[in-house]
Design a protein around this ligand. Structure first.
Ligand SMILES: NC(=O)C1=CN([C@@H]2O[C@H](COP(=O)(O)OP(=O)(O)OC[C@H]3O[C@@H](n4cnc5c(N)ncnc54)[C@H](OP(=O)(O)O)[C@@H]3O)[C@@H](O)[C@H]2O)C=CC1
Ligand SMILES: O=C(O)[C@@H]1CCC=N1
Length: 277
């Protein structure tokens, strides 16, 4: 795959995808830019990618243009790069736009483009930050104008980010919640478990390592054995044992309902982000 890839925005999520893409391709195929150019330059030095001086340059250079800015800003960026995309459209150059913004539909984003570039193929992807180390979960939604060749190339750019699934756009807000947001909830859980372990005498480093490895192992058991988490939980809980005492404490404190409401509140917010367009 010899296409050029541009990333506009190299913040938390953009930088995770840039790291993944730079492992999948020759990093010299990748152009990074950001409002804060020092941030882009530092990441370019680390990954071997190139920098683009402006969003317009990135739009001109990239065959695939990843838009990795906040949902509140992406409309301005699309408006800003439209003239440069239109110039390329006149020469018959086929570019692909890719948004990672939570909530915003492809149709809403397309309306932010001015001129002929409004017809360009547009893909909406939803990654999560573990993509930085190849442990991400990522979904792609797209319309009929996006060819199988484009999707195959996009998967080549992203395969080092982690697991990739194609999803109907109607499911993207639900996916964003249970995949994009969940790492933050899991970090909270791991941090709290480690706090408890520090209370029982372990060092902070030991506590974090052991708690994170236990959560990692439990997640892998769910994915790799296909067994229901309730069944896996029962296999840890001995009658009158310590684990069931801990499970009881979690239930007493509303752990399950807190987790369910974390998902439903975050989902609600994702749908609201979609209305800012
Ligand atoms: N964080 C996450 O886990 C996930 C985020 N997303 C989506 O990713 C997108 C980016 O989020 P996130 O990475 O967290 O945000 P960040 O703020 O970390 O990154 C956005 C970057 O874009 C830069 N920027 C701001 N304005 C412009 C502009 N006009 N042109 C070029 N660059 C600009 C920012 O610079 P500066 O800081 O100087 O303003 C910042 O470096 C959002 O749309 C979000 O919905 C999706 C999945 C997961
Ligand atoms: O919090 C946010 O808005 C983004 C969406 C998914 C993860 N972070």
């Amino acid at each position: 795959m010899n296409k050029k890839i541009a990333f506009i925005g190299s913040g938390n999520m953009g930088s995770a995808l840039i790291r993944a893409a730079s492992r999948a391709l020759n990093p010299q195929q990748i152009y990074i830019t950001d409002y804060d150019l020092a941030k882009a330059s530092s990441l370019a030095r680390e990954t071997g990618c190139q920098t683009a001086a402006t969003n317009a340059d990135a739009a001109g250079l990239g065959d695939f243009i990843f838009l990795c800015v906040k949902p509140q800003i992406i409309g301005d960026v699309l408006h800003e790069i439209s003239p440069y995309l239109n110039r390329q459209c006149e020469t018959g150059k086929e570019k692909v736009l890719i948004s990672i913004a939570a909530g915003l539909t492809i149709e809403t984003l397309r309306q932010k483009l001015d001129g002929a570039c409004r017809r360009l193929p547009f893909v909406r992807i939803m990654p999560n930050t573990p993509a930085a180390i190849g442990k991400g979960m990522l979904a792609m939604a797209f319309g009929p104008e996006v060819s199988e060749d484009i999707l195959a190339d996009l998967e080549l750019v992203l395969f080092r980010a982690g697991r990739i699934e194609r999803l109907s756009e109607t499911m993207m807000d639900a996916f964003t919640t249970v995949s994009g947001c969940v790492p933050a909830f899991a970090y909270l859980f791991i941090e709290a478990l480690a706090d408890g372990a520090v209370l029982t005498g372990l060092s902070r480093h030991q506590a974090l390592t052991y708690a994170a490895q236990a959560v990692l192992g439990a997640a892998a058991m769910v994915l790799e054995t296909g067994r229901h988490p309730g069944e896996l939980k029962d296999a840890v809980c001995s009658p009158k044992g310590s684990t069931i005492a801990g499970v009881s404490a979690l239930e007493r404190n509303g752990f399950r309902s807190a987790a369910i409401e974390a998902i439903t509140d975050a989902y609600q917010k994702n749908t609201e982000l979609g209305k800012i367009g």
